[in-house]
Ligand binder design. Structure first.
Ligand SMILES: C[S@@+](CC[C@H](N)C(=O)[O-])C[C@H]1O[C@@H](n2cnc3c(N)ncnc32)[C@H](O)[C@@H]1O
Length: 286
């Protein structure tokens, strides 16, 4: 791809319209691919930027590297494919009017919620409404995303956390959202089933702490067998399913513990990025 090819391709532009939009294109090119294709990011950005500027000059589009109104992204996937992303809204995708506290990015919470309702990632209508528990709910971001986005499929939702300050945030979020289907309880995941008189839920969602602190005595890694037992106790013994978000680092440990327990089957697995942290979303069925 060269600037000359871009120029030659250009059709004669219609009369210029009055308006000005500034844009820039950020290129993502893995270094190994760049080396292989003999391309560098600056050259690709320049080439794509001038191509778009030329095509869109009739609408007053201009390149602005410092403060563009539109930030486009070009992801060079291989030597035949470039994925171009153009924002469709000026608001961030993660913005939610019903959340005051967002400890877990709401788009990630949506992914967990979506997997809970459509575990096979097909838009099949679930046969019945499901009851859902998040036994380490924090500010209840996942439960709120679940009820707001897929409320028609949710019978009721329960959030548990052992930290009072987290529950305060959860309660504020739930109040703002005005969702009556979410109940919040203070307690520990390990004793939740007993506390709820062995009540069983159809679905469990959980954003497992990433190793900072699980309880005062055990690390998250050491607690994984306890968590697995707690999840088993909380779920319907015939059809229970769960969607677990965990750091990539701890995911093998969790998968092994669940395999050892021999109660759940891994349905699918998705890699996600939480800032710089690699994480995994695991969907299990009984
Ligand atoms: C990764 S955070 C969950 C964040 C949550 N997804 C949100 O949106 O806020 C993990 C949560 O687990 C809670 N937690 C840690 N140990 C717990 C335990 N033994 N029982 C219940 N909750 C626990 C922490 O208080 C924290 O809120």
């Amino acid at each position: 791809m060269s600037s000359r090819e871009v120029e030659e391709e250009d059709a004669s532009p219609p009369k210029k319209l009055k308006c000005s939009t500034t844009f820039r294109i950020s290129v993502k090119l893995p270094p190994s691919l760049g080396h292989h294709l003999n391309l560098n990011i600056q050259a690709v950005s320049k080439c794509l930027g001038s191509a778009v500027a030329k095509r869109m000059s009739v609408y007053g589009w201009q390149i602005s590297l410092k403060r563009p109104q539109i930030e486009m992204v070009a992801n060079v996937m291989n030597n035949t494919t470039v994925l171009i992303g153009v924002p469709l809204s000026t608001k961030p995708l993660s913005e939610r009017p019903y959340l005051r506290h967002i400890p877990l990015r709401s788009t990630v919470a949506y992914a967990v919620a979506y997997s809970a309702i459509f575990p096979h990632h097909k838009y099949e209508q679930p046969a019945e409404k499901v009851s859902v528990i998040d036994p380490m709910c924090g500010a209840a971001t996942i439960l709120l995303e679940l009820v707001k986005s897929f409320g028609a499929h949710v019978e009721y939702a329960v959030g548990i956390d052992n930290d009072e300050s987290q529950l305060e945030k959860a309660s504020e979020n739930v109040n703002i959202s005005q969702e009556p289907f979410i109940s919040l309880i203070r307690g520990s995941v390990t004793t939740a089933s007993k506390m709820l008189n062995r009540w069983e839920f159809d679905c469990l969602v959980c954003d497992i702490p990433f190793g900072l602190k699980f309880s005062t005595v055990l690390s998250v890694k050491e607690s994984i067998p306890l968590l697995v037992q707690a999840f088993h106790d909380l779920l319907d013994k015939r059809n229970g399913r769960m969607c677990l978000l965990i750091s990539y680092e701890l995911s093998d440990e969790l998968k092994q513990a669940l395999q050892l327990q021999n109660q759940f089957k891994l349905i699918c697995e998705h890699s996600l990025r939480l800032g710089k942290l690699e994480s995994v979303l695991l969907v299990y069925y009984r």
